[in-house]
Design a protein around this ligand. Sequence first.
Ligand code: UDP
Ligand code: MG
Length: 322
Amino acid sequence: MNTLAIIVPCYNEQDVLKMFYGEITKVVSSIADNYSTELVFVDDGSTDRTLEILKELALRDPIVKYISFSRNFGKEAAMLAGMNYAVNADYIAIMDADLQHSPDLIPVMLKSVSEEGYDVAAARRSNRDGENKFKSFLSASFYKVINKISETKISDSAQDFRVMKNTVVKAILSLPEKIRFSKGIFSWVGFNVKWIDHTNRERAAGQTKWSLTKLMKYAIDGILGFTSLPLRLSFAFSALFAFCSLFGVIYALVRNIINHDYICSMPLTLAAIFFVGAGICLSIGILGEYTSRAYTEVKGRPQYIISQTNTRNLFTITEGAE
Ligand code: UDP
Ligand code: MG
């Protein structure tokens, strides 16, 4: 029998967890003849009753595993913890807890990876209906920029919702970076991917955990993690400034020859100084962003800390009952 682990990151999902469990267990039963399944819930430092509910579910049903973080480390860390735990399963699925990702798609994805020769079956958003227009615009612009400047192509519509063979998960885990941008990593590792069109359903309950600032930070992580082109902007600026100053000198010389009383006007000088200053600051800022990321990587802190779990996880601080 094949083994399947379904990883579910959860952050303050008390309103939806039982509903999710109800739906996913129907799917698990429907594939029980071929797959022995574990549900791996990663509680990302929730401050509501999420962990309590997970513990209740785990007592009732042995397929429920929970890994609970000591604080909120973010969805990336939650997916990583789930993959670290589940890496030895034959197939590993990742899906959100809020039922926006249809559980019904899991058997379809499993068929693609187990029978059709694909390594990954991933959901692709067929439209952005029902999504905040401003967020959609920002998101579309982000993907346009990153795909222009990065060698790793990242699809605008690709979702984290996917089923992967364990070879793929091992490849993903072999990337040691601490600041993780999974959409880029999924694409970077390659493999044979089957895209399955999927329309996000409305969130079944609760609220989105992604504020605009969280999304912006994620976008910056994505760009800085997958291209060093911004670092080279300083070269472009230096060329531009050199050209401007050369032009300025020639202009002043020529004017001086024509009109001996010519004195360069103050505002123009000030503008030039500010212009150069802005360019230098921008370059230093970009350099700083990369350096701070390098510093984070060098520090080598763990991406998450587990405080409670009912799994035998290597990084466990306190083990729950199993
Ligand atoms: N999530 C998480 N940690 C976070 C934010 C979100 O584990 O810091 C989980 C959340 O519980 C959900 C999934 O990631 O299962 C997607 O989050 P959400 O539905 O809030 O995002 P959206 O669908 O609005 O993009
Ligand atoms: Mg959601």
